[in-house]
Design a protein around this ligand. Sequence first.
Ligand SMILES: C[S@@+](CC[C@H](N)C(=O)[O-])C[C@H]1O[C@@H](n2cnc3c(N)ncnc32)[C@H](O)[C@@H]1O
Length: 308
Amino acid sequence: MKKEKIFHQPVLLKETIDYLNPKPKENFIDATFGFGGHGKAILEKNWPKGKLLGIEIDPAVYNIFLKDILKDFSEQEKKRLILVNDSYSRIKEIVQKNQFYPVNGILFDLGVCSYHFDSALRGFSYQGDEILDMRFNPSQGLTAFEIINYWPLKDIERIIREYGEERYSQRIAKAIVEARKKEKIKTTGQLVEILKRTLPRNYEHHRIHFATRTFQSLRIAVNDELNNFSQALKDSFEILAEGGRIVVITFHSLEDRIVKNFFKEKVKNNEGVMLTKKPIIPTEEEIQKNPRSHSAKLRAIKKGVVFS
Ligand SMILES: C[S@@+](CC[C@H](N)C(=O)[O-])C[C@H]1O[C@@H](n2cnc3c(N)ncnc32)[C@H](O)[C@@H]1O
């Protein structure tokens, strides 16, 4: 089989490094390590003594990194990198197990890598015809197939409405339940067909593909993304050293709202200082080069009391 080149461009890279502001000797956690684009940039800044703890949930991504990408890291960088194949929902336990103290900064670059859409073949993309899975960790939990084929109509409707912010959630849920009476809905292609015949032709005036919101909602539900992330954000703030920073890059409004509200609360309680008054977004130039960055928003906070 021909080996595919992994295409990966870290989003808002310069801005992330500016806000994390890594210094020699400081320790950082990259809670969504992926192919290590941001991680490498952190290691280039916090040398010679600073360490990086990378957390990546997807065993396929983790192994591709070890096999094909780690070789681009210098020996010096490799020595300072600790990598775990686990979920950021266990960030506290991971930090404790690795005795990774103090934590001077934590990065979340949420969601999926291009790899998930282009090569994972687990149903993240509505472009091909893949199995309806959508799990980041294929050895754990619920699949999109189970939701689509076995959940009651009202629960399917609820996730599409809440996690997809989809105004046609009722119509879609009804169409799914009707279709599955005839045959099991096994692939993304079948699901896209159902959506196509159910949704208006000029869906959202073609601003987004008609399957975007439904696919987003399924992925969030399958991986319990919003609950896991909310909890991980709270845990991250707890384990962060005074003066430490959290930087989060989100790709849709549900995630961004969680970050905005959490950071606001910390500032209100005088526990932190907001570093980004407004979310930072990619430049036109970055969007041109990497269209998947178009919905990215970065927010950052620094832990600690303000003395005036
Ligand atoms: C946008 S990519 C990160 C890309 C990375 N910053 C880079 O430069 O290569 C998000 C990554 O987070 C991973 N991920 C998603 N949920 C996770 C979780 N609960 N715990 C750890 N990693 C997670 C995904 O598998 C994906 O590889």
